[in-house]
Design a protein around this ligand. Sequence first.
Ligand code: CAA
Length: 389
Amino acid sequence: MNDTALFPLSDEHKMILNAARDFAQSEIAPIAAEYDESGNFPSETIKKMGEMGFMGISTPEEYGGAGMDTLAYVLALEEISKVDASHGTIMSVNNSLFNHGIVKFGTEEQKRKFVTPVATGEKVGAYSLTEPMSGSDSATMSTTAVRDGDDFIINGRKSWVTGGPVADYVVVYVVTDPSKGTKGISAFIVDANQSGFVRGKKEPKMGIRASATSEIVFEDYRCPAENMLGKEGEGFKIAMTVLDVGRIGIGAQALGIAEASYEAAINYAREREAFGKKIGQFQGVSFKLADMKTRLEAARLLVYNAAMAKDRAEKTGGRFTVAASTAKLFASETAMFCAHASLQIHGGIGYSKEYPVERYFRDAKITEIYEGTSEIQRLVISRMELGLR
Ligand code: CAA
């Protein structure tokens, strides 16, 4: 149930929620297990999601999006992720880390050229910050871009790029001046189908397997200076600002996984019998269900609050970092809690690949890791609260 007393949904919100729920049930549910097994990128359903408007929900209409608010985005993302977190990841990266970043910091030409085809699902976008030796401490990246006339020459290795094996355009963060620390990092929008862009090792992942992830190697990649996103040296701030939005998306994804886990557990506890009773009648099971439900509803409030805080901040020019990080932190730990409890309630059947619960368990784990680990969220929240940032 997505409607809450604090966040009553408008007709428009209900419409997008129902459209996402119907799409997820009819188009994604039948293929989720197969794509999880193969690890292939679900290009066809992603294209259809673009046609439905899901790849640019809060992207302005003039750039191919649906022009809705961030609550609409998280409602739809929650429904998609409830059925398959891999589709949720792809939707989240394209909407927030790619489209939002370019809409917020890009030139008019960049918005038309790169955002429109991604928002409509014709192309796939990606975001590339991490490197093999630079994860949580993202300022230590070593990929460089060196000016050469009207171009920049990019060299280096990026890792853990969601959609890396198939992406058409990637926003990549690189060092343009190593003497300036975070102020020597710049962002570029690169075309992945040009020479010098090498798709590297595909990661053999535990979960969200269909959201194909890979390394990207830049070998003397020539990028026109006009593809710089923002100004030279602004890249780190852009990366962090965009991650604030991305983290709300991961919160919504985690909420979807938590809900799927919880509903599976409730249904199973109503049906399964042991020692002459339905297992839901044993306190050992029913109290687990109560704890899942409580955390789930609390996570929902945080995620919806973060969505609305973002929209408010966009109007006033303020930040919504704490709202985003608290939502991501609590929702991801709730997803893990619910997936773990659900699998335990299911027992042996939960451990079988014939049921989706083990997939929820594998998928939940990444939400505590990517777009900033739980430890990084705690660092971000506490620094902000202490007035250190
Ligand atoms: N909004 C705006 N500006 C911000 C900001 C934010 N949220 N966070 C930091 N900044 C600014 C700071 O104000 C500071 O600016 P000034 O120098 O002008 O004061 C500048 O950025 C540097 O900030 P910090 O000093 O705080 O930087 P730091 O080196 O201490 O690092 C960090 C901060 C929070 C640890 C950051 O490195 C971080 O978030 N790490 C995690 C990275 C991450 O989430 N990676 C995931 C990548 S995406 C992914 O998972 C794959 C995928 O495809 C989905």
